[in-house]
Write a protein that binds this ligand. Structure first.
Ligand SMILES: Nc1ncnc2c1ncn2[C@@H]1O[C@H](COP(=O)(O)OP(=O)(O)O)[C@@H](O)[C@H]1O
Ligand SMILES: [Mg+2]
Length: 265
């Protein structure tokens, strides 16, 4: 059984009054009939240009937004039916890493409190045990324990993203949506973060939905790649196949637009 299974997923946004006047209403099919599966321990890459529906798909599978129609199953369970305590339990299992490590961290909170927050909300650990767990998480993402007492602005972009990853890992999730996690970072810093994600995947048996507009980045982390275009998955397959013998013209155009990148860079 796949860990995550999505069937005919649709998210339609209504357009408001036209800014050009004349009440022209329409809709945006941000995600338009997407079906895919992600196996346990796998990293599925979602690649596509800006506006293709990648973030909407990521938010739908985490149930941060409600689908217009379609099915989402997590470990065989219908996510759309989950309510109350069960939904909270499932939310512990599924976490997100955001693009902007600055915007997603509260500037007034120390790293200790940022990383411990999910533990306060979802567990009964006391302050000492929480601090121990935070230290363990900071080490796991390659930060010094002394980082706990500092504030987000004291860190570089890459270090802030490490803090965001530590927070996402706090509740020992099985599944992580990483939505453009390195696109705000310099290439070399971004590569270090992608390496960290790969290492954490091996060590913790994580399953990823890894979203990026960059084919080389997706290629580096993902075992399979889904190419999105205007809300639809136009091509999906093993990463090697999608990048070396692309079938869809849009995939070929994406590949032609990106420079070659060797693994590890
Ligand atoms: N909350 C929203 N309300 C209206 N339109 C939205 C909303 N979120 C996304 N969209 C639209 O849906 C489409 C897909 O957006 P998004 O999922 O953010 O794409 P991507 O992450 O690939 O750049 C875009 O046309 C975007 O403008
Ligand atoms: Mg996006």
């Amino acid at each position: 059984m796949p860990l995550l299974e999505v069937q005919d997923l649709v998210k339609v946004y209504p357009l408001g009054e036209s800014v050009f006047g004349g009440g022209g209403r329409g809709e945006i099919r941000a995600v338009d009939g997407v079906s895919l599966q992600i196996d346990r321990g796998e990293a599925l890459g979602i690649v596509g240009e800006s506006g293709s529906g990648k973030s909407t798909l990521g938010r739908l599978v985490l149930r941060l937004i409600e689908p217009t129609s379609g099915e989402i199953r997590f470990a065989g369970e219908d996510l759309r039916q989950a309510r109350g305590a069960r939904l909270r339990q499932l939310r512990r299992d599924m976490q997100i890493i955001f693009q902007d490590p600055f915007g997603s961290l509260n500037p007034r909170m120390r790293v200790l409190d940022i990383v411990a927050e999910p533990l306060i909300i979802h567990t009964t650990l006391d302050a000492r045990r929480r601090a121990e767990r935070v230290n363990e998480l900071l080490r796991a993402v390659g930060l010094e324990e002394s980082a706990a007492g500092r504030y987000p602005h004291e860190f570089s972009g890459g270090q802030r993203q490490r803090v965001g990853i530590a927070r996402a890992l706090a509740l020992r999730p099985r599944f992580i949506v990483a939505d453009e996690p390195v696109s705000a970072l310099d290439v070399s810093v971004g590569a270090q973060i992608v390496n960290l994600l790969a290492q954490l995947q091996r060590e913790l048996g994580l399953t990823y939905l890894f979203i990026s507009h960059s084919m080389p980045l997706v290629r580096y982390l993902a075992t399979r790649i889904a190419v999105m275009h205007r809300g639809k998955v136009v091509e999906i397959g093993p990463a090697e196949q999608v990048t070396s013998v692309p079938v869809h013209p849009y995939t070929r155009a994406l590949l032609a637009a990106t420079p070659k990148m060797s693994a590890g860079n």
